[in-house]
Design a protein around this ligand. Structure first.
Ligand code: ATP
Length: 321
């Protein structure tokens, strides 16, 4: 997801100021990411209606996916016929199936490049699967309106990008009509209200590059507050890999616990505490699901998860557990 938000950082402050005035945060994402690779059908339906009926279950059904243009990239890097046979037909995701029941948390784990971020891009419909289907509330995402999908799925990325604007306005990107009271409430739930209250202008304090400088943990909590204000039924969370000091770490964890409660969530997990809490862990390797189960089940089975646990999770156990 870093890639998704990356272009935002690349923009100069001047551009950001102009964009801030003109468009909402969602629109910024739209403008940056797309030239959409996906289109809305003329008869697209409102996902919220299906969700009322069936609950916000997320389902990947035999999903295979290859990034547009990925073939040319592989061909250019080929060195032998053997690699050609091995690489050209390789999908980024290959026959991936799993279900996140409404209100449950699924953790995605796997080595770098295994396909975790790609899955989050399919659930937000940045792309459509090459084969198979992604469904929310039993409805294929290709059949729903973009607006209802955006209202249903919220993303918290590793790096919270703040515009050069007040804290209140930064949160309103998620919900333009939010009142100050609703903003204060979201800040409280995200465990950052005290800090904001201590700033000279409270929620009207200007943040961002030329404003009040927030720490990484504080920015994350603002991103969580932004998500809470939007109140989506489905949350995709890309857990930060960067080390936070233990005070910040605890506050971010508390904010996340609050934010994920009662929501359907897919977490790209980097912390032991998260994989322990997850209702189910999906283990990815080279774009395939190689195992699925709870932390205890997977650890007992050994294999890819046990190795990931030793290399990625156990080392951070004292901080994260
Ligand atoms: P990490 O933990 O490093 O973020 P990941 O498990 O999230 O890795 P993905 O980012 O989903 O992995 O990447 C899966 C594969 O898809 C990688 O081989 C990557 O190089 C490739 N890939 C990712 N984004 C694109 C893109 N926009 N175009 C082409 N290939 C891509």
């Amino acid at each position: 997801l870093g890639r998704l938000y990356g272009p935002l950082t690349a923009m100069s402050n001047v551009q950001v100021d102009v964009m801030t005035a003109l468009v909402s945060f969602e629109r910024v994402l739209e403008v940056l990411d797309l030239e959409p690779t996906v289109a809305e059908k003329p008869d697209a339906t409102d996902l919220r209606a299906a969700k009322e009926k069936h609950g916000a279950t997320v389902e990947l059904d035999a999903v295979s996916f290859r990034y547009p243009g990925a073939d040319e990239v592989s061909l250019a890097s080929l060195e032998s016929v053997a690699t050609l046979q091995g690489e050209v037909h390789r999908n980024t995701l290959d026959d991936v199936s799993f279900t996140v029941p409404a209100g449950h948390m699924v953790a995605l784990v796997g080595h770098s490049g295994a396909g975790k971020t790609t899955i989050s891009q399919l659930v937000t419909r940045m792309y459509d699967p090459t084969q198979g289907a992604v469904r929310i509330a039993g409805t294929d995402l290709r059949d729903v309106t973009q607006a209802s999908l955006r209202a249903t799925v919220g993303v918290v990325s590793q790096e919270a990008h703040l515009f050069h604007d007040t804290i209140a306005e930064n949160l309103r990107y998620a919900r333009p009509d939010a009142t100050d009271a609703q903003i204060e409430r979201a800040l409280e739930q995200a465990h950052i209200a005290d800090l904001v209250a201590s700033l000279p202008d409270g929620i009207h304090t200007v943040v961002g590059d030329r404003g009040y400088r927030l720490s990484g943990g504080e920015r994350q909590r603002l991103a969580i507050a932004r998500m809470l204000l939007k109140a989506p039924d489905v949350v995709i969370l890309d857990e930060a890999t960067a080390h936070l000091d233990s005070g910040s770490e605890a506050a971010v964890q508390a904010a996340l616990d609050e934010a994920l409660t009662g929501r359907t969530s897919i977490v790209i997990a980097h912390r032991l505490s998260t994989v322990r809490k997850a209702d189910s862990i999906v283990v990815l390797s080279d774009g395939r699901v190689v195992d699925q189960g709870t932390h205890a089940q997977l650890l007992a089975r050994g294999g890819v998860y046990a190795e990931l646990y030793r290399t990625q999770f156990e080392s951070g156990a004292t901080v994260a557990a």
